[in-house]
Ligand binder design. Structure first.
Ligand SMILES: [Zn+2]
Length: 81
């Protein structure tokens, strides 16, 4: 079963999403993105509170695993925010 997390679900005005087959894959994807686009520090990325919050936003997905942008129609020129 694939799982998905999106920035929109976390309250960001951002079309990024990660779909993966397991939690580790998703967390590593969202960590990398949060570091680059949302100004997270390494400390925050490894904070249990932050990781728990992400885990709480992960949803089961019927889609096969792939990295995709849910709103890719409007996110062709994604801004670093
Ligand atoms: Zn984002």
């Amino acid at each position: 079963m694939a799982m998905t997390i999106t920035c929109a679900a976390m309250g960001y005005d951002c079309g990024y999403g990660v779909t993966g087959r397991d939690m580790d894959q998703i967390l590593s994807g969202i960590k990398h993105h949060s570091l680059e686009f949302h100004g997270y520090s390494e400390e925050e990325l490894n904070s249990p509170d932050v990781i728990e919050r992400w885990k709480g936003e992960i949803r089961q997905s019927a889609r096969p695993d792939a990295i995709r942008t849910p709103r890719d129609e409007s996110d062709r020129d994604v801004k670093p925010h």
